[in-house]
Design a protein around this ligand. Structure first.
Ligand SMILES: NC(=O)c1ccc[n+]([C@@H]2O[C@H](COP(=O)([O-])OP(=O)(O)OC[C@H]3O[C@@H](n4cnc5c(N)ncnc54)[C@H](OP(=O)(O)O)[C@@H]3O)[C@@H](O)[C@H]2O)c1
Length: 289
């Protein structure tokens, strides 16, 4: 059993809920660290109450899903919230079911809590939605969503049959990349579709110069006994309807990330970060990694 973290859930469009903090797995299972260390990091998160793990068939070419399978062995499946993603070229009648079943096999489970279209490809959205709905009906997934879809894509998705059943749009969002706040985020909120923020730590600060050594970030960090990285996560989690999925193969970092949930930023701290790294004042193309 996995303990509950207080205030850790967010409501889904169908009235169900999902955890606000998860663990990403891009670059895990690639041999950058011994697999035992990465498994230990994931288990540290699970033992600390993080129930959500985000992955994709793409990550380490299935290796991240296999690693997750090893990490979750022995945990109560019902207490977990597993999310994977299908490659765009597999997201149609010919291959979605096969991709999904392969993901399930690699993780050693018989359903996913959520399955996402990884990014938009050439298969029509209507066909992907039809396949996602069929997978729900077959009991292989509980919910489905999308990733890297911008406003235009989302509007189109809402026009296809059952497109409004989409639960989340997983997009890049961090203190140094706030374009979604201008249009996509409020548009999704109106429809109660959740944002899953990927790269919430700006890939350890690599995606934007000046984040980690910013005086404001450092001041806020000092006030909480946080590292600058924890401030980046706290910024994303300040919005109650955004899910964040930081990735770490280091148990100490995982625990630091968990600690952020129980020590939120004050509104003044949020305002100071907002001034230091403002959102754009006009729509910008969706940032992607
Ligand atoms: N849908 C998509 O297209 C898409 C694209 C990108 C990512 N994603 C998902 O989002 C997840 C997160 O994004 P990401 O992995 O690209 O980047 P990220 O989570 O922003 O940053 C990961 C980096 O931060 C470090 N880190 C984590 N916690 C830390 C802490 N407390 N202190 C210091 N360093 C820390 C990690 O190193 P250590 O391992 O050393 O801790 C790693 O280098 C991915 O793993 C993936 O699941 C989805």
């Amino acid at each position: 059993m996995i303990p509950r973290i207080p205030h850790d859930e967010v409501t889904l469009p169908d009235g169900g809920s999902m955890p606000r903090l998860g663990m990403g797995t891009w670059y895990l299972g690639e041999g950058r660290r011994p697999p035992e260390d990465e498994i230990a990091a994931l288990r540290t998160g699970l033992d600390a109450g993080v129930r959500l793990i985000d992955t994709a068939e793409m990550y380490a070419d299935g290796g991240a899903e296999r690693l997750i399978g090893r990490a979750i062995a022995g945990y109560d499946r019902a207490s977990l919230f597993l999310v994977s993603k299908v490659y765009p070229h597999n997201a149609g009648r010919a291959r979605l079911r096969r991709s999904l079943e392969a993901s399930l096999r690699r993780m050693g489970v018989d359903y996913l809590d959520m399955y996402l279209l990884h990014w938009r490809g050439s298969i029509p959205l209507a066909e992907t939605v039809e396949c996602m709905e069929a997978a729900v009906d077959a009991g292989l997934i509980r919910q489905w969503g999308v990733s890297n879809l911008d406003m235009t894509d989302m509007r189109e998705l809402m026009r296809v049959a059952n497109g409004s059943h989409c639960c989340v749009d997983q997009v890049l969002y961090h203190l140094g990349s706030r374009g979604i706040e201008v249009d996509l985020l409020p548009w999704l909120r109106k429809r109660r579709i959740l944002v899953m923020a990927y790269c919430p730590l700006a890939q350890a600060g690599r995606l934007r110069d000046g984040l980690l050594d910013s005086a404001v970030v450092r001041e806020v960090a000092a006030a909480h006994g946080f590292t600058p990285m924890q401030v980046l996560l706290a910024f994303v989690l300040h919005r109650p309807d955004v899910v964040a999925i930081p990735r770490s193969g280091n148990p100490r970092h995982v625990l630091e990330n968990v600690a952020v949930l129980s020590d939120p930023l004050t509104d003044d701290e949020y305002a100071a970060l907002d001034r230091a790294f403002p959102a754009p004042d006009h729509p910008v193309p969706l940032d992607m990694e």
